[in-house]
Design a protein around this ligand. Structure first.
Ligand code: NAG
Ligand code: NAG
Ligand code: NAG
Ligand code: NAG
Ligand code: NAG
Length: 442
């Protein structure tokens, strides 16, 4: 189908599905089947497989004053593309016979001082549970070779700008660059791709990235917060949320029939798992799932799922009544860490030029929402490689923050005094966050 025809289908579906309050914005354009944005589309078109990011060709310095000098960078990004993180009950049936091939990507995990061990994923043909997993050599949710290549290209563009064009970063060295990731292999692997893109010589050495304990990591975020869970459960039980589930019952029934997901709560409470299992396939050059009778998920149904995914992310983290409270409780610890970075820099205590965070979609949607990006236009599901760059500029002895989202300066955040920016971050940190999280109000 042509993109014009698809757009038309999206519009029809949008019109058919009811009142504006709960209609996913199906007309928003996007790419879901390639890391390369077609050259006839604007460079910064939403590409779920590979978000646009800062690059020398589409960058301009703040127009405040030619004397402004870049002095500090904080960057948060989502990892790049991976295999599906969710599995159908009969996953094996829904993939081509050859399955997923990850022999082109070595996953290293070794103890310092030991041999450089990497692991290969293999499913023995006799494994009694093999129907639950695709054939081939990829694990669930693992970075793919294509994801690593996207990370390398991302790092290359980043370096070309902040080293080449601006001469701000001097060398790829941990005295200048501090990296924090989650505890997932894929975020560390993306950090390695970013570094290699910045300087291929970094493949010859080891490099520390910093993580928090997986049980309380503020970046994913993964610390437990029962009060936040209660707040979210409440706003996902009102019509503003439930209407879109009932309005799309036909779609859901078709997907269940093809994919064997009927009656499974995780696949019924939202479209997250359908979104993930479709986009992970199409971003990595696989077809939409087809079952053993040859019936496949249609392009139109996939497009509707992608639109619903955007609606759900925007509702849960941005527009729902009490979404702000949920966002602050679940990402307040991270907002506090970011605020501290800028405070520490202002006080002259920062020794790094760049603090780079490699996290997840849950990190990026919360950051985008907390910084207020969603007040201008609805937020979409953070694409793979989605990026928020917080630049600090110095002019006449004062520091100013400029924020770029997916490579473009955010409206209203092109020149924010650093103290105002710190206030903005701190406003997202609930007082007594630990107690607030643990005391669930009825
Ligand atoms: C829907 O998406 C279109 C295209 O991106 C955008 O112009 C429009 O503002 C969006 N509408 C809403 C309600 O977010
Ligand atoms: C991606 O999808 C669009 C729209 O359906 C189609 O025109 C294009 O050929 C597809 N590209 C790839 C690489 O499959
Ligand atoms: C892949 O899985 C299917 C279904 O279990 C099986 O019949 C087939 O032999 C497998 N193919 C390969 C190449 O292992
Ligand atoms: C939002 O929180 C308030 C205060 O706890 C509560 O009364 C209200 O019902 C909540 N709204 C939703 C939609 O959950
Ligand atoms: C495959 O999908 C078709 C169309 O949704 C459905 O009628 C059929 O029952 C499915 N077959 C299996 C084995 O799940």
């Amino acid at each position: 189908m042509s993109s014009r025809a698809r757009l038309f289908v999206h519009l029809i579906l949008a019109l058919a599905s009811g009142p504006a309050s709960s209609v996913p914005n199906a007309s928003a354009p996007g790419i879901y089947n390639s890391s390369t944005t077609p050259s006839n589309l604007p460079w910064n078109t939403y590409n779920y497989c590979n978000a646009p990011h800062v690059n020398a060709k589409h960058y301009s310095k703040p127009n405040q004053d030619a004397k402004a000098e870049l002095v500090f960078l904080n960057v948060m990004m989502r990892h790049h593309k991976r295999t599906p993180d969710n599995l159908y009950p009969n996953e094996n049936e829904l993939n081509p016979t050859a399955g997923w091939d990850c022999t082109n990507f070595l996953q290293f995990n070794y103890g310092g001082g030991g041999a450089q061990v990497y692991h290969n994923t293999l499913t023995p043909p006799t494994h009694p549970f093999r129907s639950q997993m695709w054939n081939g050599t990829c694990d669930e949710g693992q970075l793919t070779a294509g994801g690593l290549q996207d990370a390398i290209a991302h790092g290359k563009d980043f370096w070309e700008l902040y080293h080449g064009t601006l001469g701000f970063l001097n060398q790829v060295d941990e005295s200048e660059i501090h990296i924090r990731t989650s505890t997932e292999d894929r975020t560390m692997q993306v950090a390695s791709g970013m570094l290699f893109g910045m300087d291929p010589a970094s493949a010859q050495r080891s490099w520390p990235v910093y993580t928090q304990p997986s049980t309380i990591d503020s970046l994913v975020p993964s610390y437990s917060c029962p009060q936040a869970d209660a707040v979210r459960a409440a706003y996902q039980s009102v019509p503003a949320w439930t209407d879109h589930l009932s309005q799309n019952a036909g779609l859901k029934a078709r997907l269940d029939a093809t994919l064997g997901t009927a009656g499974l709560a995780d696949w019924a409470s939202w479209y997250d798992h359908f979104f993930d299992t479709f986009s992970s396939r199409t971003c990595n050059g696989h077809t939409l799932p087809c079952n053993s009778t040859g019936a496949c998920v249609s392009e139109a149904d996939a497009a509707q799922v992608f639109a619903i995914g955007d609606f759900e992310y925007n509702y849960i983290w941005n527009t729902a009544e009490n979404a702000t409270e949920y966002n602050q409780l679940t990402f307040g610890v991270m907002f506090s860490e970011l605020a501290q970075n800028f405070i520490s820099f202002s006080a002259g205590h920062e020794t790094h030029r760049l603090r780079l965070y490699v996290g997840h979609d849950g990190s990026l949607i919360r950051l985008a929402s907390g910084l207020g990006f969603g007040q201008q236009s609805s937020l979409r599901w953070p694409a793979l490689g989605s990026e928020v760059v917080m630049e600090v500029w110095k002019l006449k002895g004062e520091f100013y923050v400029r924020v770029l989202h997916e490579g473009t300066v955010v409206e209203g955040m092109s020149w924010v005094p650093i103290s105002v920016f710190v206030d903005k971050l701190q406003a997202q940190v609930p007082a007594d966050i630990f107690q607030r999280c643990m005391q669930v109000s009825a």
